[in-house]
Design a protein around this ligand. Structure first.
Ligand code: PLP
Length: 423
């Protein structure tokens, strides 16, 4: 049995037996064949389990989702076409027009826009909060129509660490689930469900894929949230769905209610499915996730220490550093390390930052993080350039913050590249 994460990376999800392919097959098929009309009808009524159309489900995708589910210690999971669609589905599955969510203001810029702008157009309000406030302060932001609380294990790009237990307690004492985006930590370094999170999301585009090959996302449900205990808040799960002859998800599917609804309603209607080809690449990435993450963390810590000791550097933020303000939370939630991403600023502000970045040799400027090759980005000029200075401040993104994603190259070469650019 696969008990350790490193073994799960290789053996969960797809388990071939006698004469079956050693590697996960790509079911490159839009549809699936049945012998009788009755068999097919049962699938449409959710009375039988099975595949019928790859806009809803595909066997390659499901094997990969099952692997991620096992890594996170969840009950059920699904792949989505991107991290954006994962976070959208995770919220929209339980929150409709007239609803409200609470999210940390330090989250990824794309998610900030999704929650603050696009969900707003759909009649869903989001209150962004400072995740470091004490629980009593955060409690003041709840409204009768609040449906979920959202945060990132390690925030992108500020690499702050979420106090998951505090957020879980806060959400649960108000009868709503905690959704945690675990993209940066990955289940190798942190499993939010063990700390009380109910739903975990991923941009698999980052470390899980790891090679900058395919955009993708994943939603994992712990199965732990008791929707029926707060039935009035979550009618989509606890009252009949007329588009499936009046079945009630919690009644019919129990712990599987949340993912079944997201698949049979949201995937059916919105179609943000990952292609099976991309799911295959994602699985290849997952097979070495535990090895890569460890190396990313070792390299990033060495680079963080180097930067910290350099007098051209203004500040470095990497929670594994002993004097970092998030070190205690790092020790509690991810003692083996955080991720390969760190944030720092060099003296001379915005101008010097850009000059430094342009001088780098193999560390490249790309709109990406968390893959095997080192890269960096200046959020104020790139990912977050749509934000006002006020919003940047609220998100904790200094105008001189450089986000460095340390890859798995030889660490001496990485440091040498930084050194020549600083000079
Ligand atoms: C990149 C990212 C996303 C969005 O994922 P895509 O796959 O680019 O859609 C969401 N959350 C976090 C933390 C990310 O880093």
């Amino acid at each position: 049995m696969a008990t350790k994460s490193g073994t799960k990376c290789l053996h969960e999800g797809y388990k071939p037996t006698k004469g079956e392919p050693r590697q996960l097959p790509i079911y490159q098929s839009t549809t699936f064949k049945y012998d009788t009309s009755e068999e097919m009808g049962k699938l449409f009524d959710l009375e039988a389990d099975g595949y019928f159309y790859s806009r809803l489900q595909n066997p390659t995708n499901d094997a990969v989702a099952a692997k991620i589910c096992a890594l996170e210690g969840g009950h059920a999971a699904m792949l989505t076409s991107s991290g954006q669609s994962a976070n959208f589905f995770a919220v929209f599955n339980i929150c409709e027009t007239g609803g409200h969510i609470i999210a940390s203001s330090s989250i990824y810029g794309g998610t900030y826009n999704l929650f603050g702008t696009t969900l707003k157009k759909m009649g869903i309000d989001c209150t962004f909060v400072d995740q470091n406030l004490p629980e009593e302060e955060l409690a003041k932001y709840f409204k009768p129509n609040t449906k979920a609380v959202f945060g990132e294990t390690i925030t992108n790009p500020t690499v702050n660490i979420l106090d998951i237990e505090k957020f879980a307690h806060l959400a649960h004492s108000h009868g709503v689930p905690l959704i945690v985006d675990n993209t940066f930590a990955t289940p190798i370094n942190c499993r939010p469900i063990e700390w009380g999170a109910d739903i975990v999301t991923h941009s698999t585009t980052k470390y899980m894929d790891g090679h900058a090959v395919g955009v993708g996302g994943c939603i994992v449900d712990s199965g732990n949230f008791d929707w029926n205990a707060y039935a009035d808040k979550f009618p989509g799960l606890t009252t009949p769905d007329e588009s499936y002859h009046g079945i009630t998800y919690t009644e019919r599917f129990g712990k599987g209610a949340y993912i079944t609804k997201a698949t049979s309603q949201l995937m059916r209607d919105l179609g943000a499915i990952q292609s099976p080809q991309n799911a295959f690449y994602l699985n290849m990435g997952l097979e070495s996730l535990h090895v890569r993450v460890q190396r990313h963390c070792e390299n990033a810590l060495a680079v963080a220490k180097y930067l910290k000791a350099n007098d051209k550097v203004l500040w470095v933020h990497y929670a594994t550093l002993e004097d970092d303000e998030y070190h205690d939370l790092q020790q509690k939630y991810m003692p083996d390390g955080t991720c390969g991403v760190l944030a720092f600023a060099i003296k001379g502000g915005r101008e010097k930052a850009i000059e430094f970045m342009d001088k780098l040799k193999f560390i490249s400027i790309v709109t990406h993080v968390a893959d095997v090759k080192s890269c960096l980005l200046h959020p104020a000029s790139h990912t977050h350039r749509q934000m006002t200075d006020e919003q940047l401040k609220e998100a904790g993104v200094d105008a001189d913050l450089i986000r460095l994603s340390v890859g798995i190259e030889d660490v001496n070469d990485i440091i040498a590249d930084i050194e020549q650019a600083l000079a």
